[in-house]
Write a protein that binds this ligand. Structure first.
Ligand SMILES: *Cc1c(COP(=O)(O)O)cnc(C)c1O
Length: 391
């Protein structure tokens, strides 16, 4: 079975990890610092703070922005639940804004309409978290303009998008946001086993992210409440966590980061091949805006012109047909508001017609950088055959 995504571990990766295992530091130490330097350099941001996962990084992003009980956070419903969970950890109320059916990202038009209404009702969000679905950046310039107009902070959940660009600059530059998050889970573009990072250009946010990553403890006399000059002295000045990345993981990340450009090129090459092959099928692929180069974490297609009016039935036939041909598929994602944890207050699904349509019709097919040409051809052929069989 060809999976929808899979990591690639080279001999160099293994050697890098073994070298750390033979060294003095195995948890957060000099290799984490080097990995952070390389991350911020490759993205053009001033600070990078590596963490144990993107989920941890999202949690601390919300915390460092001061999110607290009763605050409102807006995000897209088409994302992994961790995007919203991080805000709930802080006691915030998470609300969703519908997506754009062509790009699958949060709809800027819907966002603008909702902000106008929320402004009149005095229910504006404190933070907006956008998600660069499948690796394509949202229209960040527009989103930043709205954030300035209405006074909310912006987090980019770029778990899918390291290596992508927006307006000729790397995703992660934080030019149009307060904080950008990456994930290094094995299905993502590069991996550290488990891991994530938060990037920012704001030194104050960077300081808070670092503090919260390690128990809220400081050894910097300038940050202490009652410094006593003793070499052993430290202070806990906030309620932090243990969200550290290890040097073992950072060594893997550093080694993988060297191949980021190659990975993203290969992913784009496969995506272009699929797009061409699927041109005449009754499906739509994600529209890529001229301002973006996608990192193509995922290849998602959407059934169009369904015979039944309910794409879900046709989709099931296609998914089963692909499975018989050894091609695994997936669905990214179930709208977050549909999960029982989030729907318990009785969400009206009718408020999100595009997310609902997407949920009925989307399929993720295999795309990862180590796919062979034969595997790519097999997937493309199987998809074409499955659609043609349906007529
Ligand atoms: C994978 C993912 C996360 C969580 O990443 P972890 O590193 O597994 O915590 C968050 N948001 C999105 C959009 C993701 O795809």
């Amino acid at each position: 079975m060809i999976p929808y995504g899979r990591q690639e571990i080279s001999d160099d990766d293994i050697e890098a990890v073994v070298n750390v295992l033979r060294s003095e530091f195995i948890t957060q130490g000099p290799t984490v610092e080097k990995f952070e330097d390389e991350l911020r350099n490759c993205c053009g941001a001033s600070h990078a703070v590596a963490m144990s996962s993107a989920t941890a990084a999202l949690h601390l992003a919300y915390r460092s922005l001061g999110l607290t009980n009763g605050d409102i956070v807006w995000t897209t419903p088409i994302t992994f639940v961790a995007t919203a969970n991080g805000a709930v950890y802080c006691g915030a109320d998470v609300q969703f804004v519908d997506i754009d059916l062509a790009t699958f990202n949060i709809s800027v038009e819907r966002l603008r309409e909702r902000l106008e209404i929320a402004s009149k009702n005095r229910k504006l969000p404190r933070v907006l978290t956008v998600v660069h679905l499948a690796g394509q950046s949202c229209d960040m310039r527009e989103i930043r303009a709205l954030s300035k107009e209405y006074g909310f902070s912006v987090i980019e959940d770029a778990s899918h998008a390291i290596g992508g660009t927006y307006l000729q600059e790397p995703v992660g530059s934080c030019r149009y946001s307060d904080i950008t998050i990456f994930s290094f889970h094995p299905v993502k573009i590069i991996t550290t086993g488990e891991g994530g990072a938060a990037l920012t250009n704001d030194p104050d946010l960077a300081r808070r992210l670092r503090l919260l990553r390690s128990h809220g403890i400081t050894r910097d006399p300038n940050e202490m409440k009652v410094p006593n000059g003793q070499p052993w002295y430290y202070e806990q000045i906030d309620l932090g966590f243990n969200y550290r990345l290890t040097d073992i993981q950072a060594a893997l990340g550093q080694s993988q980061l060297k191949r980021l450009a190659d990975y993203v090129s290969r992913r784009n090459q496969i995506a272009a091949f699929y797009t061409k092959r699927f041109e005449n099928l009754s499906c739509e692929v994600q529209e890529i805006l001229p301002s973006c180069r996608s990192a193509y974490h995922l290849f998602i297609l959407r059934l169009s012109g369904s015979r039944t009016g309910n794409g879900a039935d046709d989709r099931r036939v296609i998914i089963e047909d692909l499975r018989r041909n050894g091609v695994a598929t997936n669905l990214h994602y179930i709208p977050v508001y549909r999960h029982p944890f989030y729907s318990k207050k009785g969400t009206d699904y009718g408020l999100f017609p595009n997310a609902e349509r997407y949920y009925q019709t989307a399929i993720t097919i295999p795309l990862f950088s180590s796919m062979s040409d034969r595997e790519v051809e097999h997937v493309a052929h199987s998809v074409v055959a499955a659609f043609q069989k349906m007529g």
